[in-house]
Design a binder for this molecule. Structure first.
Ligand code: COA
Ligand code: MG
Length: 297
């Protein structure tokens, strides 16, 4: 598997572009990334004012250590093209496309970014949140291998999946687990990151911590959030545990021993350890380093 972004994406907070107070405070948050939202969180009559507010906010923002993403409306909607023009001018790290259903949807947005002469570092993130999106998530995720496609992250849109399918999630998420796992597989097929969907019940932080632990166990790199109170639990759940870091260091040290030079498989504390475990250990350490350094934020 290719290395995904070295940047941690444990906690990714949606901030409605209609909420001026929240926008101005976004750079003080301790999340790894912010998604400034022009889509679902903004009412139709507030779209234009929100675009203007977002532009003003980006103009005032200095260098930020957190990743900045703008979610636009779908390019097939009446707001999509204007959103894209404003988003490009803001020069965020990425633009998040909602309701991506085919590789063509992504390539259309890529072409629009190229035409707008957006910097090649400006990435695309894709929400997978419709039945067609889940069905096509393999070919969509595989675009991650093609640098020119700009795709760097998939985001599970659980609220829309519930709405579109009628599945019930009122007692737990068991019925959407297969779709979530498909989204993880699609992202990994392209060597890119993948984020779990939001938890609407932002006051119940115990239930939220359990859902984060579940998402981490399912292979997600992080979780999308709707409220600042969710940042701490998400950062904790998606950071590698100290025991996992120690185990990774032990594997790297073992393979570095002269007697193990060139070996494909070794024995370590009674367990078989292969080159693939070495790669896994290196990946874990690479991703834990920035997460550990930024705890002061
Ligand atoms: N980003 C930044 N700040 C936020 C925030 C967010 N997503 N959600 C809440 N806050 C701020 C509030 O502005 C408030 O700040 P203040 O103390 O300076 O006034 C503080 O956190 C406490 O907010 P609280 O009163 O607990 O919540 P609320 O009732 O104001 O807002 C929501 C609740 C759900 C409406 C709000 O959290 C929200 O809009 N979330 C994002 C929704 C979204 O983007 N949805 C689309 C993607 S699923
Ligand atoms: Mg949605």
């Amino acid at each position: 598997m290719e290395l995904s972004s070295q940047r941690p994406r444990r906690s990714v907070l949606f901030v409605p572009a209609s909420n001026e107070k929240a926008l101005t405070k976004a750079d003080k948050l301790s999340c790894d990334a912010v998604i400034f939202d022009l889509e679902d969180a903004v009412a139709p009559q507030a779209k234009q004012a929100s675009r203007e507010r977002l532009s003003a906010c980006f103009a005032l923002m200095g260098e930020m250590s957190l990743e900045r993403v703008i979610r636009i409306n779908s390019l097939s909607s009446e707001w999509g093209r204007d959103d894209l023009a404003v988003a490009c001018a803001c020069r965020p790290d990425a633009i998040l496309l909602p309701k991506v259903e085919t590789p063509g949807d992504l390539l259309q947005a890529r072409d629009a970014l190229d035409q707008a002469e957006a910097d090649s570092s400006m990435a695309l993130w894709a929400m997978i949140e419709t039945p067609r999106g889940v069905i096509n998530v393999g070919p969509i995720g595989e675009l991650g291998k093609d640098r020119a496609a700009r795709l760097s992250c998939l985001v599970a849109g659980t609220n829309d999946l519930v709405k579109e399918t009628g599945v019930r999630v009122d007692f737990d998420r068991r019925f959407i687990h297969p779709w979530l796992m498909q989204i993880v597989l699609g992202a990994r097929a392209g060597g890119i990151d993948v984020l779990d969907g939001v938890s609407n019940d932002f006051r119940d932080l115990d239930a939220f911590a359990r859902e984060c632990a579940e998402g981490a166990a399912m292979g997600f790199d992080g979780k999308t959030l709707i409220h600042p109170a969710q940042i701490g639990p998400a950062n904790r759940a998606f950071s590698p545990a100290p025991a996992a870091i120690a185990a990774a260091r032990a594997i790297i040290a073992a393979f570095a021993q002269p007697e193990n030079a060139g070996k494909g498989v070794i024995s370590l504390n009674g367990r078989m350890v292969e080159q693939l475990h070495l790669e896994q250990a290196q990946r874990l350490l690479a991703r834990s380093r920035p997460a550990q350094e930024d705890t002061s934020r």
